[in-house]
Design a protein. Structure first.
Length: 107
């Protein structure tokens, strides 16, 4: 069979009605024979829904509540960081320099 990529537009236009005709005939054949032409084994259907234990349902409910709490916290504005003033930073730097000077003098 020729790959469809190598066919021209005219050839593709001729193929469309033929393909439709093949599909309708296959549908008629399946209707007449009862559709038993498939070789695949039938999969048994499940009966009802699987029951969930109460402990499992409770665990899921707790998880959902915590997710709601976390979502509410995420939406809140973040805390602002406390910033040192320039004078306070200078005082800290001076104290650190004094400590290092003392260590160097001893060492």
């Amino acid at each position: 069979m020729t790959p469809l990529q190598n066919l021209s537009v005219e050839q593709l236009r001729k193929l469309i009605p033929l393909k439709e005709q093949i599909e309708t005939l296959q549908g008629e054949i399946e209707a007449i024979t009862g559709g038993g032409g498939s070789a695949a084994p039938e999969i048994p259907k499940r009966r009802g829904r699987k029951k969930m234990s109460r402990s499992e349902a409770a665990r899921i409910a707790v998880t959902a509540r915590w997710a709601k709490v976390r979502a509410a916290k995420a939406g809140a504005a973040p805390k602002k960081k406390s910033k040192f003033s320039a004078a306070h930073r200078a005082a800290l730097a001076a104290a650190q320099k004094a400590r290092w000077a003392k260590v160097r003098a001893e060492g």
